[in-house]
Design a binder for this molecule. Structure first.
Ligand code: T1G
Length: 697
C-alpha cells in the first residue's frame, strides 16, 4: 500500500486512510495505495464495511495536478473508482476540509457519504480547463438534481455541507469534528440496518427540462468568454442524461482526453501554480512577518474606503482618517454601505456588520490616533506634495516598527520613503479598484524596505484573501507600466486607421472581459488624462502622441461617470453605444497629421496588442521590476482582466513562440521605430530558442 495509505480493521470496519500532505492529492502512489488497501480490506472475510478517510487538514482535493502532461500510470482513477463502486460491502466516504475534483469523484463512487461541518464539496476541474474525468459528470446528476449537477460542474464553485446535504450529495453531517469516527459510526449503523451497497452508477439519471437546459447552456456560454472547457462539461452532463452509464463514462473520458491535451488547460494549470509561486520570495522566506492587528487608513475616497472594508472583512481593526469631519462622515457612510452590500451578497451576517461598525471601525481627523497602529496605508490624492505631508506626519506619530504603506499607483516609492526617518518600514501596497473585491495586490519594495516589512505585506495579502505580487520601484510598477505601454499601441492603431469599437470587439473576442476603450470609460478617462499630463514633460519628441482622448476629456466626456466617453451611455451607466462623434474627432486628427487611415484587421489588432504587452513585460522582467515572468502573468490575470484561459501574456507568448512575437515587433518597427524597439530579454530568449517559462524556476 506504500506509506501514503494504510488500512486498519476494527470489528469488521476497515478504515483505508490516505495521508499525502498538504491536500491529499491523488498521486499515482495514492491511487495504488487506495486500490491495494481496498482489495486487502475486501479480501478479508471479516470486513463488513469500508471507510475511506484522509489524515491532515482535508479529504482528497483532487487528482495530482503536477502529474498532468506526464505519462499516465495505472491504476487510473476511473478504474479505481469503479472498483470502489463495485465493492460487495458498503463503502463510506468520511470527509472533512475539502472534497474536490477527483476527491469528490472517489466519494461519488463510494456508496454513502458523511462529512463534518465546514466541509466544502466541488468539481473545480473547469477552472483548470478540464472536466471531472473520473465519473463525476455521470454519477453526480444521478445523485442530485440535474440542474444543480450541471451548474456545479460547469461553474466549478464548491458548495458547503448544508447545501450538500439538502442536495442529497451527502447522507449525513457528523455532530463531531472527527470525520473518521463519524464514518465508522455510520458504517456500524448501516451494518446494523443490513444496508446494501448503493451504487450511484446504477441509479437513473435525473433530467433537465428543455427550458432549464437552454438557460444553463446560455449561462455557460456567456461565462465561458471563449474558453472551451465549460461547454465540454455541459456536453458530458448531457451524455449522462442520454446514454447508458457505461457509454456516458466513455464519452466523458473522450472529452477529458481532448481537454487535458489543450493549450487552454495548460494555460489554466500554469495560472494555478503561478498564483501559488508568486508568494514564494527569496528575501522573505527566512523572516517572520510583523504582527498586524490594528490598521490605519489615510483617505476615505473610493480606494481608502475599499481598503478599510477589505481589512474589516478579514477581522482587522481599522481607524480611517480624513481631513475634516464632513469628509470623515462621508467615508464612514461609504464603508457602511459597502458592508451592507457584503451582507446583501451573503458574505457577512447583518449582526457581524453591526459588530464591526461598533467595535472595529472608527474615523478620525487626528493623525495622533494612529499611534497604536501596526500598519498605516495612505490612499490620498496622487501628488508627491500631498504624499510628503502625509508621510512626514505619519513618521512623527506612528510607533517604532509600525509599517507605513502607500497605495500609490505610479509614484516613486523610494522618494516617498525618503520623506521619513524609517525608509526600512515603508512599502507600497497597491490595491486595485474596487479594493475590497479585486484579488490583486502589488507589494512594492523600495530600495531600503526591510525583508520583514515585505513579508508582512505578503502575510497581510493572504489574510485579505488577495494574490500578492512583489514589484520593484518604477513608474507604474508591474501592471500600470505594462498597461500604459499597450495602451499606447492601442491608441496608435486607432490613429493609423482602426476604429476604437473594432479594437474593443477584437479584444473581447480574444477573451478580455472588456475592450480597452470600454475599460477606459469605466475607470474614467480623466485618470489616464491626468497621467498623460503628469508625464508630458518627460515625453520624447519622437513619440507618436494620439490626442483624440485628450479632446474627449476637454469636452468633459470622461466615460460612464459623465454619460459619455468613447461610448454613449443611454440610461446613465447602462447600455453603451458607439459614438459617431468620436470617429469624427479621430478622423480630424488623422487629417491634421496627414495620416491616411488603413485597414487593420482583427488578427492584426490582437498581434499588435499582445506584442506591445509582451515586449514591455519583457522589459519589466529584464529590469528586475518583476521577479519572474509568472509574476507578470499573475498581475495581468488578477488586475487587468487578461483571459485566464490564456494563462497570462508571458505564458501566451511562449505558446505562440517568442520568435513569432519578435518578428511581429520587427515588422511594426518599420511603421514606428521609436515605439517598437524589441526588449533585450525578448531578443536574447528568442535567439537562444528559450521561453519565458525557463525563467520561472
Ligand atoms: N495537485 C497537486 N498539488 C496541489 C493540488 C492538486 N490537486 N492542490 C493543491 N496543491 C498544492 C499547491 O500547489 C500548494 O503547493 C499546496 O498544495 C497547498 O495548496 C480526475 C482531473 C485544495 C482549496 O482543482 O483549489 O481532480 O505551493 O496553497 O489555499 O476529475 O489548493 O505549497 O508547493 O492552494 O489551503 C481538481 C486544487 C484537480 C483543487 C487548498 N482539484 N487545489 O487551498 O492551499 S483535477 C482542484 C485547490 C481533478 C479529476 C480531475 C487548493 C485547495 P505549494 P494551496 P489552500
Amino acid at each position: 500500500m506504500g506509506n501514503l495509505v494504510n488500512l486498519t480493521l476494527d470489528d469488521g470496519i476497515a478504515v483505508v486512510r490516505v495521508d499525502n500532505p498538504p491536500v491529499n492529492a491523488l498521486s499515482h502512489a495514492v491511487r495504488a495505495g487506495l486500490r491495494d488497501g481496498l482489495r486487502a480490506a475486501l479480501n478479508n472475510p471479516q470486513t463488513s464495511a469500508v471507510v475511506i478517510f484522509c489524515a491532515g487538514r482535508s479529504f482528497v482535493s483532487g487528482a495530482d495536478i503536477r502529474e498532468f502532461g506526464q505519462r499516465p500510470q495505472a491504476p487510473f482513477l476511473p478504474d479505481l473508482i469503479s472498483e470502489i463502486e463495485a465493492a460487495p460491502v458498503p463503502v463510506i466516504a468520511a470527509m472533512h476540509g475539502n472534497a474536490l475534483g477527483g476527491g469528490l469523484e472517489v466519494a461519488l463512487g463510494a456508496h454513502y457519504r458523511v462529512a463534518v461541518k465546514g466541509t466544502r464539496f466541488g468539481l473545480p476541474e473547469v477552472s483548470l480547463g478540464l472536466l471531472p474525468g473520473a465519473g463525476g459528470t455521470q454519477r453526480l446528476p444521478r445523485l442530485i438534481p440535474a440542474a444543480d449537477a450541471a451548474r456545479l460542474i460547469t461553474g466549478g464553485k464548491p458548495v458547503d455541507t448544508h447545501a450538500a446535504l439538502s442536495l442529497g450529495l451527502i447522507d449525513r453531517i457528523g455532530s463531531s469534528n472527527d470525520a473518521c469516527a463519524e464514518g465508522v459510526a455510520f458504517a456500524r449503523e448501516l451494518i446494523a440496518a443490513g444496508k446494501e451497497p448503493r451504487r450511484a452508477g446504477s441509479l437513473p439519471c435525473n433530467r433537465l427540462e428543455p427550458a432549464e437546459l437552454e438557460a444553463i447552456t446560455a449561462e455557460t456560454a456567456k461565462a465561458a468568454r471563449g474558453a472551451t472547457a465549460p461547454l465540454a462539461c455541459l456536453e458530458a452532463v448531457k451524455a449522462a442524461m442520454t446514454l447508458p452509464f457505461g457509454e456516458g463514462l466513455k464519452k466523458e473520458r473522450a472529452l477529458f482526453q481532448d481537454l487535458v491535451a489543450s493549450d487552454e488547460s495548460k494555460a489554466l494549470i500554469h495560472a494555478f501554480f503561478a498564483e501559488r509561486q508568486v508568494g514564494k520570495l527569496p528575501e522573505a522566506e527566512s523572516v517572520e512577518p510583523r504582527a498586524i492587528r490594528r490598521v490605519g487608513v489615510v483617505g476615505g475616497g473610493t480606494m481608502g474606503a475599499g481598503i478599510a472594508v477589505s481589512a474589516l472583512l478579514s477581522g482587522l481593526d481599522v481607524t480611517l482618517a480624513e481631513r475634516d469631519e464632513a469628509a470623515a462622515a462621508k467615508a464612514a457612510a461609504s464603508v457602511g454601505q459597502m458592508l451592507c452590500n457584503a451582507v446583501d451578497r451573503g458574505k457577512l451576517a447583518g449582526t457581524q456588520r453591526e459588530a464591526i461598525l461598533a467595535a472595529s471601525f472608527r474615523t478620525t481627523t487626528c493623525f495622533e490616533d494612529f499611534a497604536p497602529a501596526d500598519l498605516v496605508i495612505e490612499a490620498v490624492f496622487e501628488s508627491m506634495d500631498v504624499k510628503k505631508d502625509v508621510f512626514t506626519r505619519l513618521d512623527q506619530v506612528c510607533r517604532p516598527g509600525a509599517i507605513l504603506a502607500s497605495n500609490t499607483s505610479y509614484l516613486d516609492l523610494n522618494a516617498i520613503a525618503a520623506m521619513t526617518s524609517r525608509p526600512q518600514d515603508v512599502i507600497g501596497l497597491h490595491f486595485f479598484s474596487p479594493a475590497h473585491v479585486m484579488r490583486l495586490l502589488e507589494v512594492v519594495v523600495g530600495a531600503e524596505t526591510a525583508p520583514d516589512a515585505v513579508a508582512s505585506g505578503f502575510a497581510l495579502a493572504k489574510r485579505l484573501k488577495k494574490v500578492a505580487v512583489r514589484a520593484g520601484v518604477c513608474d507604474g510598477f508591474i501592471g500600470n507600466r505594462i498597461l500604459s505601454h499597450y495602451s499606447k499601441a492601442v491608441y496608435g492603431m486607432v490613429l493609423a486607421g482602426a476604429s476604437p469599437y473594432a479594437v474593443d470587439r477584437a479584444l473581447t473576442g480574444f477573451g478580455l472581459a472588456m475592450g480597452p476603450f470600454a475599460v477606459g470609460d469605466l475607470a474614467g478617462l480623466d485618470i489616464g488624462w491626468a497621467n498623460r499630463k503628469r508625464l508630458a514633460r518627460y515625453r520624447d519628441p519622437r513619440e507618436l502622441y494620439p490626442e483624440f482622448a485628450d479632446r474627449l476629456c476637454e469636452l468633459g466626456r470622461f466615460g460612464r461617470k459623465s454619460g459619455r466617453g468613447f461610448y454613449i451611455y443611454e440610461d446613465g451607466a447602462g447600455r453603451a453605444r458607439p459614438d459617431p462623434e468620436v470617429e469624427e474627432i479621430i478622423a480630424a486628427e488623422r487629417a491634421a497629421k496627414g495620416i491616411t487611415p488603413r485597414s487593420i484587421g482583427e488578427k492584426d489588432i490582437i498581434s499588435r496588442y499582445m506584442a506591445a504587452m509582451v515586449n514591455e513585460a519583457a522589459r519589466v522582467v529584464g529590469d528586475g521590476i518583476a521577479l519572474r515572468p509568472l509574476d507578470v502573468d499573475v498581475t495581468l490575470l488578477n488586475g487587468y482582466g487578461f483571459p485566464r484561459w490564456r494563462g497570462g501574456p508571458m505564458h501566451f507568448a511562449d505558446t505562440i513562440g517568442l520568435d513569432r512575437i519578435l518578428q511581429d515587433i520587427c515588422r511594426f518597427h518599420e511603421e514606428d521605430p521609436f515605439f517598437w524597439q524589441p526588449a533585450p530579454l525578448l531578443e536574447r530568449l528568442a535567439a537562444e530558442g528559450r521561453t519565458f517559462a525557463s525563467l520561472n524556476t
